[in-house]
Design a protein around this ligand. Sequence first.
Ligand code: NI
Length: 168
Amino acid sequence: MSIQKIYQYPETVLRKETQKIDTFDSSLAALVEDMAETMYDAPGIGLAAPQIGRSLKLIVVDMSEDKQGEKKYIPMINPEIIAHEGTQIDEEGCLSVPELTANVKRHLTITVAYQDLQGQAHEISTQDRFAVVLQHEIDHLNGILFIDHLSPLKRGLYKKKVKKWLEK
Ligand code: NI
């Protein structure tokens, strides 16, 4: 297992199309372990493969009930939102978008179809905060960052800030 580099906006790998996974082998399991380790090291509550430079339809999300206790996470392979209802607004941040948190409008409840490490198909229906995390991570698989959901003004301010850092 090893901690991977997390790519940050505006690196282009975050915008690239991702490939569907159809091989469920030990290298996929190793990649999932690396992603979980990278997520907890950051620390974060979710991580998508493009964030470590891998253009694959794969996310890991934290499921720990107690932040001090044992770390539990779930890998979701080829996840897809197949139903949604309602709206909610909650604050988001992203390991690939440093120094910014902002309110984002999302679906309140969602149903996600995904495969596990063995390739078995599952569906999960969830709401509130966990639904936000899943929508945020699945967005990454489509090259979408949470700043894309902000007003042009807010997004513009952030882009300007990043440009200044990069000039330093
Ligand atoms: Ni993110």
